[in-house]
Design a protein around this ligand. Structure first.
Ligand code: NAD
Ligand code: DAU
Length: 334
């Protein structure tokens, strides 16, 4: 099988390629990535010499290129996106261009190439937010109620993906995943930012609504679920992927302080994110009943392993750290 993975020089895409090449050594993978601030060849270094892997630098919004790289491709997995909420507040336009228009161009190329599956990586954030004590979880059939420029762009992309399925019979699937953590996450997201600050002996900035919660999943649980959807999922269907493990920002901060042996005085409180979503929680009944998926990576164990990875791989994140923090110079969240 030949896969086109987009955004494979970023956090989840690179972990997906690593996972796939190990599990299916005979498959071929082409990685199309624009190498934005979030995409780096260093992230793909350990598999870049694999003879079944190739890299193409380019934008998913380039139809000519997308048609070219799709030659002979069976399956497309679209990870490429602008992914950070705080950046979307500063510059919403690029989120619409890449996440919505870029996805449409890729769908158009996939339609023309007659691929056997187009899998789109989406997010729990399309459903909007939940109250901190609300007793429900988002189901795949729930209405989209995005509230931030990032999650609005992801929701719009989902509609375009489904439109290509219904109108042109393109065999698509979509997955909505909760917050991922693991190696190679750009140090702008909460866990990777806090860990790298603490390794550097810096305080960690908790946004004012620090009781807000996220559902955390180790990145390889996400990869295994996508693998299963590609193998057993039905075209036209959407699947939620979540762990059920909810943590507030305070709890994340406290766990990382404990792992790294730092006192609570390392926490500081900074202005809130604009439009800060309180909480997301996904129901995974569908993927569990229909495809037999369940998460297997324990949060505490893999959080500790993730911290160890950042301690041992400072060559990877150190060149990124200053640039990542520049964003927060502008927002005052330092
Ligand atoms: P990331 O920011 O680490 O990586 C994104 C990658 O996409 C980068 O390599 C970047 O260079 C590439 N890219 C950006 N614009 C591009 C373009 N126009 N053309 C080609 N490549 C482009 O993001 P991530 O955290 O790995 O997220 C990957 C996907 O998973 C995204 O679609 C995101 O919405 C989704 N998602 C992320 C999470 C999470 O917790 N990180 C959870 C659910 C869903
Ligand atoms: O829920 C899935 C989404 O998870 C993905 O679709 C996004 O691509 C991904 O970036 C992530 O979005 P969040 O906005 O939830 O992640 P982030 O790590 O930016 O923030 C998590 C929580 O931590 C949120 O409540 C804001 C808070 N936070 C974040 C940062 C960066 C802080 O308190 N301090 C910080 O410095």
């Amino acid at each position: 099988m030949k896969l086109l993975v987009t955004g494979g020089a970023g956090f989840i895409g690179s972990n997906f390629i690593r996972y796939w090449l190990q599990k299916y050594p005979k498959d071929k993978i082409v990685n199309l990535d624009k190498l934005t601030y979030a995409g780096r060849l260093e992230t793909t270094k350990d598999f870049s010499k694999n003879r079944n892997y190739s890299f193409v630098k380019g934008d998913i919004s380039n139809l000519k290129l997308a048609k070219e790289v799709m030659k002979g491709v069976d399956v497309v997995v679209n990870f490429a996106a602008e992914s950070h909420n705080d950046r979307a507040i500063q510059d919403p336009g690029i989120f619409v261009r890449t996440n919505v228009l870029g996805t449409q161009i890729l769908l158009e190329a996939a339609k023309r190439a007659k691929v056997s599956r187009f899998h789109h990586i989406s997010t729990c954030e399309v459903f909007g937010d939940l109250g901190l004590n609300e007793k429900r979880a988002f189901k795949e059939i729930d209405a989209f109620r995005p509230r931030t420029p990032y999650n609005a762009s992801k929701a719009a992309a989902n509609h375009v993906v489904m439109a290509y399925c219904h109108t042109f019979n393109l065999p698509v699937t979509i997955s909505h995943c909760s917050n991922n953590f693991g190696p190679y996450q750009f140090p702008e997201k909460v866990i990777s930012r806090f860990v790298t600050n603490l390794i550097d002996g810096e305080k960690i900035p908790l946004y004012k609504s620090s009781q807000n919660k996220r559902e955390y999943i180790f990145v390889d649980d996400h990869n295994e679920a996508v693998d299963l959807i590609l193998k057993k999922g039905k075209a036209g269907e959407t699947y939620n992927i979540g762990s059920g493990v909810e943590k507030s920002i305070e709890e994340i901060a406290d766990s990382l302080l404990a792992i790294l042996g730092k006192p609570k005085t390392f926490k500081k409180y900074v202005p809130d994110r604009k439009g800060h979503d309180r909480r997301y929680l996904l129901s995974t009944e569908k993927i569990s009943k229909e495809l037999g998926w369940k998460p297997k990576y324990d949060f505490d164990i893999w959080l500790e392993k993730t911290v160890t990875w950042y301690q041992n791989n400072q060559w990877w994140w150190r060149p990124l750290k200053l640039g990542a923090e520049k964003l927060y110079d502008k927002t005052g969240q330092k």
